[in-house]
Design a protein around this ligand. Structure first.
Ligand code: FPP
Length: 240
């Protein structure tokens, strides 16, 4: 039996390799993204079963806006479809749905749907499913610093507040405020980098890289990552 204390509270995934998965099958990149939604469902269900409290997914980066217009459009449509299709299951399974990112860049209709889905699921207590869209780590740190500077300029953040601010205090300005930092960050498809993801929040995250492409990353692969995490010795810079 796995010790419950070894189950990460927050698992975050950089879902990568959809395009390659499709190419290997002689199909358009879109098929890889569509199949990737099935992996999202499988990992969400497994996270609930294992008692993970937060599952976050890097679905669309700020940098992804520069992909071909057709691909951006199909990814946005996939998001709309997934939200509409999955809402009943979120409600049934106590899943709170949250979207984080530079939402000013998202289309009005999509934003309205996100607001609706977030509102309807706000009482979900089993798992928070966080989707990072139009997100980048540097954007997040920058928007936090900008807000703080504007509060200072307006006089709503006093000098003492700023002088005494520690890391926890600054975290409250990040878009992820209220969400614990990820214990485990998984990246699929063999790439071993963070690609401007949760740059502040990853300070003490355990990193797990696998060659498996995202559309093939299902329950078994999710469990393998949790097993590997359970073996890690987290010291947070201290001596044990
Ligand atoms: C990376 O693969 C994947 C993405 C940029 C998109 C991920 C989105 C989904 C799986 C669908 C929507 C998600 C939710 C939460 C419903 P890639 O295109 O970079 O693949 P490649 O590196 O092989 O080209």
């Amino acid at each position: 039996m796995e010790e419950n204390s070894k189950i990460p509270v927050h698992v975050s995934i950089i879902m990568d390799g959809n395009g390659r998965w499709a190419k290997e099958r002689g199909k358009e990149r879109f098929y890889g993204h569509a199949e990737g939604v099935e992996s999202v469902r499988a990992c969400t269900e497994e996270a609930v079963r294992k008692g993970v409290r937060y599952l976050s997914l890097f679905a669309f980066s700020e940098e992804n806006w520069s992909r071909p217009g057709e691909e951006v459009k199909s990814l946005m449509e996939l998001m709309v479809k997934a939200m509409v299709n999955e809402l009943p299951s979120f409600l049934k399974n106590g899943i709170r749905f949250i979207v984080i990112g530079n939402r000013e860049r998202l289309d009005g209709g999509l934003n309205a749907l996100i607001d609706d889905c977030m509102k309807k699921t706000e009482n979900g207590r089993n798992l928070s499913l966080i989707v990072f869209m139009s997100y980048s780590g540097r954007w997040d740190i920058l928007q936090a610093a900008r807000r703080l500077a504007l509060e200072a300029a307006a006089g709503t953040a006093g000098e003492q507040h700023i002088r005494e601010m520690d890391a926890d205090g600054f975290s409250r300005y990040l878009a992820t405020s209220g969400i614990p930092d990820p214990d485990l960050i998984i990246r699929t498809s063999g790439e071993q980098r963070l690609s401007n993801y949760l740059l502040w929040q990853c300070a003490y995250s355990e990193l797990y890289f696998t060659d498996v492409l995202w559309p093939d990353f299902r329950e078994k692969e999710f469990d393998a990552a949790l097993s590997e995490y359970a073996k890690r010795d987290r010291r947070y810079g201290k001596v044990k």
